[in-house]
Design a protein around this ligand. Sequence first.
Ligand code: IVH
Length: 613
Amino acid sequence: MAPKAAAKRARELRERIDEANYRYHVLDDPQISDQDYDAMLRELLDLELQYSELATPDSPTQRVGGTPSAGFPPYVHARPMLSLGNAFDEAELLAFDARVKKLAGLEGDVAYTCELKIDGLAVSLRYDGGRLTEGGTRGDGSVGENVTANLRTIKTIPLALRAAKGVAVPRHIDVRGEAYMRKSDFERLNAEREARGEPRFANPRNTAAGGIRQLDPKMTAERKLSFYAYAVGEIDTEKPPASQHELLDYLRALGFRVNEHARAVPSIQGVIEFVKAWEDRRDALDYEIDGVVIKVDDLALQAKLGSSGKDPRWAIAFKFRAREARTKLLDIVVSVGRTGVLNPNAVLEPVQIGGTTVSNATLHNLDYIRSNDIRIGDVVTVIRAGDVIPRVVGPVLEERGKKTLPEYTLPTHCPVCGADVDHPAGEPMARCTNASCPAQLVERVRHFCSRGAMDIEGIGDQLATALVDSGLVRDVSEIYALDLPKLLTLPRMAEKSASNVLAAIEGSKRRGLARLLSGLGIRFVGSQNAAILAGDFGTMDALAAATEEELLRSEGIGPEIAASVVLFFAQEPNRAMIARLKKAGVDLTAPLRPREPVGVLAGKTLVLTGTLP
Ligand code: IVH
């Protein structure tokens, strides 16, 4: 085919495919068969392969996913994407309405638009001259990530705007809305994953959010995401809509899918009825909603009300009650976090909550377990609020009946390394005391090398992780056993940077006891207490041999700190590590500080007379 004829045919195909897409995905009213559609798409793909200049970014072929990108450039929003304040009950809705009236100086009713709050992620789409040019995530409201290629894979996002129902295509418009995943698409995707032996995705929201952030648009396309439009940012057109409900119709006329359940209501009473009706009906929908968004209908009034901080004064989100379920608490397992904190987690008999199977939930800490009287073997209430980790609320005491279940106690030894656990009385958190505990190692290495401690330039989060993952560093003393051949086994490590790191390590040997102590991350021993202890004891050996009473004689060292220091040096792995630091030539000494007399009586002479018992 001649280039000119090819271009003409491509244009024709594009228009027909766009039309078919719109009918199928937006109107739910397909007019051609899947085979005809596929045939047109294949013909267009062939043409674009032959004449690459025909493969424009707004071609429907781009919906199957363009080329992968290395990362996402920033996407600057022309107008900020606001978030929403929340209301949880009728009283808070009435208070919102009263505030709107007061600020607007209105006596009568305020009209609102009620929209279902789709549980996905907000994105913004930029159309110039009617063509989708760019799209981005909300990010912090001012700058998000440019994920244009991924957004193009969403079939309910028009690549070109339509002019329908007497509506002119705007010269420029930012359309905002929710990218989300239908429950049915989510189930299908999970069924496919299971069939391939892959783990299931947790819920539609996270799968949609993860899908939008795929580096390869083909992966986004596979998730079959959807989009509902509900707002406009910057707009340049002759006759912009004057109210929120007109705006929704306007977006519909431009070719967007707009949620069909949105309603304009004349007063807050109408809002309350809408909210009540949907709380019970939400499960009948093929997508997850977590509430209702209520917006002042009059856009001029919206502008007058403005926003306070990140939240508009003209809109509010009514949040549905968190999802709850009851199930049996089979066990409590303890994991160790990067800072050594012991985290108790509930092992549950699997239960469905809001479309997700929950078999694990957080129990926060021992205080939480105790104060809520949660025991292994109980039937417990579990909630999954929004996208946060499910949480055990408490036991269903009627179910416990006369059964005697033992109170839960935390392990006295770290489940990862077996060292003593430190749990100061009255503290919610318990911690592993072993500085070489694998669970804490990355964080410990990073802290050890940080500026306030041993100041080893070049060992930050990334290298610390690589050193621990590769097994080269099993505790901080092994940093001093690194050499060029070892460092060069790490990915992306060049000879130049490796020798810089080695020089920095060598230099750190002379930092002295105070810096070293603060680098070891002994609980309660930050730079200040480290300096006091180093000055009072002078050597690591003297400090390691000190009893609690001896430590308490140092100014500012209280019982908690003293106990923590003693516990640290009582751990065999910690003592072995210090021996290795010594052997490597790390300076374990500090100039002794002369002991000044302290206290309110210092420097005073007191003469006592009379009889003293
Ligand atoms: S309007 C000021 N409308 O809810 C305008 N948001 O909690 C703010 N959302 O970030 C957005 N459905 O991701 C609006 N019909 C709807 C919505 C909606 C879901 C999400 C959106 C937003 C979040 C705010």
